[in-house]
Ligand binder design. Structure first.
Ligand code: GSH
Length: 225
C-alpha cells in the first residue's frame, strides 16, 4: 500500500493525488499537521526534510515532482515520446520560480506583512505577475491547449492546474480571485482542464464551499461568486 503524506491542503501534493487516484494504484491519502511533520522530520523520515513524501513498498520517494513523475507514469500522463516527455519535464521544472516566490511569504507570522509581501508579488513587475504572464503566453502558444503542447493531458497539466488555481481559493491572505481574471488564456485553460472527464470525475464529490472549489468547472466564470 502506498501512502502519500502531506498537509491538509492541495498545495504541492494535489497533482500527485490526482495521478495516484487515476493510476489505479492502491494508495492512502495521509494528512498531517505541523506537529506531526516536525516529529517525522526529527525521526529522520523525510529524505530532504520536506513534505510531500510517498511511502512505497520499496522505500520513500520525496520531492513533489519526483512523486508526480512516478504516479503520473502509472496513470498514463507521461508521454512515451522522449521529446514530448522532455517538454513536460521542462514545464514542470520551469514552474519552480513561482512556487519559490510564494514560499518566501509562508513563514511570515504578521498577517499585514504577509499580505503586503503577497500583494507585491502580484504588482506589475512582481514575481507572480511575471509567472502568470509567462503561463498565459505558453498556454496561448500551445497547439493542443495542453500546457506542454502534448497530444493529451500530461503531468505538467496536473501540476499547473492544481498549483496555479489553488492560489486564488481564498486560502492565501492577500490573493484574491479577481487577480486571475486578466488572463484569458489561463481562464480558457481552466475551462479545458476542469471539464476534462478524468478531472471532473476526480472532483465529483467536491462542493462550492470546499477548499478545492477552484478546480471545479465554472469556478472562474464571470457569474460565479
Ligand atoms: N521541493 C519540495 C518542496 C517541498 C516543500 O516546500 N514543502 C513544504 C510544504 S509546501 C513543507 O514541507 N514545509 C514544512 C516546513 O517548511 O516547515 C517539493 O516540491 O516537494
Amino acid at each position: 500500500m502506498n501512502r502519500l503524506i502531506y498537509f491538509a491542503v492541495p498545495g504541492r501534493a494535489e497533482a500527485c493525488r490526482i495521478a495516484l487516484s487515476l493510476s489505479g494504484m492502491n494508495w492512502e491519502d495521509v494528512e498531517v499537521n505541523g506537529e506531526q511533520y516536525n516529529q517525522m522530520k526529527n525521526r529522520g523520515e523525510l529524505p530532504w526534510g520536506f513534505l510531500p513524501i510517498l511511502v512505497t513498498d520499496k522505500g520513500t520517494i520525496a520531492e513533489s515532482s519526483a512523486i508526480l513523475r512516478y504516479a503520473g507514469k502509472m496513470a498514463g500522463f507521461v508521454p512515451e515520446d522522449s521529446y514530448e516527455a522532455a517538454k513536460v519535464d521542462e514545464f514542470i521544472d520551469g514552474m519552480g520560480p513561482i512556487a519559490r516566490a510564494m514560499d518566501t511569504t509562508f513563514g511570515i507570522v504578521d498577517v499585514d506583512e504577509r499580505i503586503r509581501l503577497r500583494k507585491k508579488l502580484f504588482e506589475p513587475n512582481g514575481e507572480a505577475t511575471k509567472a502568470l504572464n509567462l503561463y498565459e503566453k505558453k498556454i496561448g502558444e500551445s497547439k493542443t491547449g495542453w500546457a506542454a503542447g502534448t497530444r493529451d493531458m500530461s503531468i505538467a497539466d496536473l501540476k499547473l492546474f492544481t498549483e496555479l488555481f489553488a492560489f486564488f481559493s481564498g486560502n492565501y491572505d492577500g490573493i484574491e480571485k479577481s487577480m486571475i481574471m486578466p488572463y484569458p488564456n489561463l481562464l480558457k485553460y481552466h475551462d479545458k482542464v476542469s471539464n476534462d472527464k478524468r478531472i471532473k470525475a476526480h472532483y465529483s464529490k467536491i462542493g462550492p464551499d470546499d477548499l478545492r472549489w477552484t478546480f471545479l468547472p465554472l469556478a472562474f466564470s464571470n457569474d460565479s461568486g
